[in-house]
Design a protein around this ligand. Structure first.
Ligand SMILES: Cc1ncc(COP(=O)(O)O)c(C=O)c1O
Ligand SMILES: N[C@@H](CCOP(=O)(O)O)C(=O)O
Length: 461
């Protein structure tokens, strides 16, 4: 299996190299040169298997010879052993035709653990072979950072540096990043928003002298391995509702477009997904883009679903690459226009995107009303991101079963949940002392030179 860049001008890589490289050297994102298709019989055979077995069968064709089958099975088993639910990603019924996929039973209580726990295992195995040191630098609006720190804390051969927007993540998210005491963990609170943090990380990848000196690696969803690991739960949930004999739809709370892009890959692989509904909060650039073709930035507005406060949605580039007939030059041109403010999607490309994606927006008031109403009708306490998706899903229900992704545990956002329903969800007992642990964080300006200098000093490179 080979991986090519969405901008068409970077070296073609195998799985292992693409995973360790993160962002392509031409600024693009790696995607498989072709998508392996599973037959109807192969999909049907997933019924009744453990999550780990489904993961092996779905991901194996993408891995090439990077890991032996035995090694890959072992790494998958280790990745999911610490999850707090036997099913890993259980489905809960909300209404007759509406199901919630709970993706928050991992160690940091968000869907990011599905990919990050596996990537932690894959990185370790790969670094043990090469003997290299890497500096992982990630941008987060709260959940990627805590999941990455949890997966890489204390590992030899790895420093993990996380940039988060100062004052724009929940207290629980911040403390998950600032309380680990391992010396290889570095939490940086940046004066800016998530888009600034993400742009800084991309600029570091495009500074080849720095990139090569520190052995830069990325675990944001710019890393293909992140997307791949998230494909699995589309299969496990759809099959448990009758796929491939019965189609399903999904609604996905969306920010950086990584999670919903994983659903797109599942559909390309042959999973009968009727529609993928992109649900946004008041930062609705993706809804505007999919409904009118206008992808113009208009400033990030802080919301009660802060992990989705994003305007420059990294993985949308992967979808555009396909929608523009895999033309790297066309994508390069669009991304140049995006730096200047935005672009208009061509009619042909928009038509292609709309064959798969629908979209909707949820206001702050609707998010709170959905948390309240869902608790009243089903007893399920939603985090604000999941509530955004439940509301948009409700607007898009039809005869096909709808699976809505619940991406974080409500206890990560107790203030928003309390505001909506009057009571605070409790953290699981293993995190009960989170607010007693000392914090370790460096506040820093939105300044590439200063951040690179700090990383060099911390890593000694
Ligand atoms: C809780 C939560 N829900 C949804 C999202 C959006 O996911 P994505 O960025 O993959 O679109 C995020 C951030 O990634 C998140 O942390
Ligand atoms: N919402 C994310 C933002 C980063 O997204 P990623 O999926 O590209 O890592 C977060 O919680 O950090």
């Amino acid at each position: 299996m080979q991986y090519i860049s969405t901008r068409g001008a970077a070296p073609v890589l195998g799985f292992d190299e693409a995973m360790m490289t993160g962002l392509a050297r031409d600024g693009g994102l790696y995607v498989p040169s072709e998508i392996p298709v599973m037959t109807k019989a192969e999909i049907a055979a997933l019924a009744g298997l453990s999550y780990e077995d489904v993961a092996f069968r779905v991901m194996r064709p993408f891995i090439g010879d990077a890991f032996t089958d035995d090694e890959f099975r072992r790494l998958i088993a280790q990745a999911y052993a610490g999850f707090g639910h036997a099913a890993r990603a259980p489905l809960v019924q909300l209404e007759a035709n509406h199901f919630l996929l709970e993706l928050f039973h991992g160690p940091t209580l968000a869907f990011k653990d599905f990919a990050m726990q596996l990537i932690g295992q894959l990185f370790q195995a790969s670094l043990a072979r090469s003997g290299k040191h890497v500096t992982i630098v990630g941008a987060t609006s709260g959940d990627t950072g805590s999941a990455a720190i949890e997966a890489f804390r204390g590992l030899t051969g790895v420093d993990v540096v996380i940039l988060f927007p100062h004052g724009r993540v929940s207290d629980v998210q911040r403390r998950q990043m600032t309380t680990p005491s391992e010396p290889n963990v570095h939490a940086l609170a940046v004066d800016g928003d998530f888009d600034d943090c993400q742009a800084l990380v991309k600029d570091m990848f495009n500074d080849f002298a720095f990139r090569d000196a520190v052995g830069l690696a990325g675990v944001n969803s710019i890393n293909w391995a992140r997307v791949l690991a998230q494909v699995v739960y589309y299969f496990s949930s759809a099959v448990s509702l009758g796929a491939p004999h019965r189609p399903v739809s999904f609604t996905v709370p969306t920010g950086n477009f990584g999670d919903v892009f994983a659903g797109y890959i599942a559909r390309q692989m042959g999973l009968p997904i009727e529609r993928l509904v992109v649900a946004t909060n008041q930062n609705d650039i993706l809804h505007r883009a999919l409904s009118s073709g206008d992808y113009t930035k208009d400033g990030v507005k802080p919301s009660i679903s802060p992990s989705m406060d994003i305007q420059v949605s990294s993985n949308f580039e992967r979808a555009l690459f396909d929608a523009y007939g895999r033309d790297g030059n066309a994508v390069q041109q669009l991304m140049t226009e995006l730096k200047q403010g935005g672009f208009r999607i061509s009619q042909g490309a928009l038509g292609m995107l709309r064959e798969t994606f629908a979209s909707g927006r949820c206001s702050e008031e609707e998010t709170m009303a959905t948390i309240r109403a869902t608790y009243a009708t089903s007893g399920e306490v939603l985090c604000p991101h999941s509530a955004v998706a439940v509301k948009v899903a409700a607007d898009n229900l039809g005869t096909t079963p709808m699976i809505t992704l619940a991406t974080a545990h409500p206890a990560k956002f107790p203030d928003a949940v309390e505001q909506a329903m009057g009571s605070r969800p409790a953290l699981p007992p293993r995190m009960a002392d989170l607010f007693d642990r000392p914090e370790r964080v460096t506040r820093i300006g939105n300044d590439l030179g200063a951040i690179e200098a700090l990383i060099r000093e911390r890593t000694g490179r």
